[in-house]
Design a protein. Structure first.
Length: 260
């Protein structure tokens, strides 16, 4: 390759590098893998740059090289992959909410087969026509249409499934919060009821401890009063008996005097 051709290739890379990197990012979510994919595709294209007669088709040629390279990587790593129910979240550079839909789409693209994903990326992201996609992927236009139809149906099914799962998770979280609040309210009610019962038992214990002391004093006073009354009655009765005997002796003496 001549020196001029090398410079032309370098100029092309400097001009289209950002656009080509975006294409690589759409093929592989990880930014580091996307850079590796683009570098590999550029190295492979460098040796065939002279064979591209129409340099306006260089983008399509490089995209096809990146797609083929990604397929080779996928096949090489296929045996090392472990099945999982949850797909890893796609990384987003800015992390803003405005690109949440794009991040979700990047994530669900991972469920597609390599051919399906390549067709979706070229037709909808790169805005290529059916014929251009067929030429870039080396397949017929009919195959592109049927592959795209199956891929979009799979994506819609995945989106509906994730939306249903998200709703169920929100419903479970709401129900869990309600149950937690209900348990807290029940516990607070039980604690308040326990405090009221404890206060009632303390009040009842105070009343019972005060009642025997009062009851013990009153009978003692009554006993002393009754004892004093009994003593007065006994003394009065004894005095009455003594007075009666004295009056009897006085009357007998009087009768004796009268008889004399």
């Amino acid at each position: 390759m001549a020196q001029g051709e090398v410079l032309a290739f370098e100029d092309y890379v400097r001009t289209r590098q950002e656009a080509l990197l975006r294409s690589a990012r759409r093929l592989v979510p990880d930014p580091v893998d996307a850079q590796d994919l683009l570098q590999t595709a550029l190295v492979r294209t460098y040796g065939r740059w002279d064979g591209i007669a129409d340099k306006s088709l260089a983008d399509a040629y490089l995209r096809r090289v990146m797609i083929n390279t990604r397929t080779e990587w996928w096949r090489a790593r296929k045996l090392d992959e472990v099945p999982t129910e949850q797909l890893p979240d796609a990384s987003v550079d800015d992390g803003s909410e405005q690109r949440a839909d794009r991040a979700l789409l990047m994530d669900i693209l991972g469920i597609l087969a390599p051919k399906q994903r390549s067709v979706v990326v070229l037709r909808h992201w790169e805005q290529m026509s059916t014929e251009e996609t067929a030429a870039a992927l080396g397949m017929s236009a009919g195959t592109v249409k049927s592959t795209l139809h199956r891929a979009l149906a799979r994506l819609r099914q995945e989106l509906e499934s994730r939306e249903l799962t998200s709703r169920e998770a929100v419903a479970r979280e709401t129900e869990g919060r309600r149950e937690t609040e209900g348990r807290r309210e029940t516990g607070a009610h039980q604690q308040a009821e326990g405090r009221r019962e404890a206060e009632g038992r303390r009040e009842a214990g105070s009343v019972r401890s005060a009642a025997p002391a009062a009851t013990g004093r009153v009978p003692a006073q009554r006993t002393r009063a009754a004892s004093g009354t009994a003593k007065v009655t006994s003394v009065t009765a004894a005095r009455g008996h003594t007075a009666a005997r004295h009056d009897g002796r006085h009357d007998e003496r009087g009768r004796e005097r009268c008889a004399a």
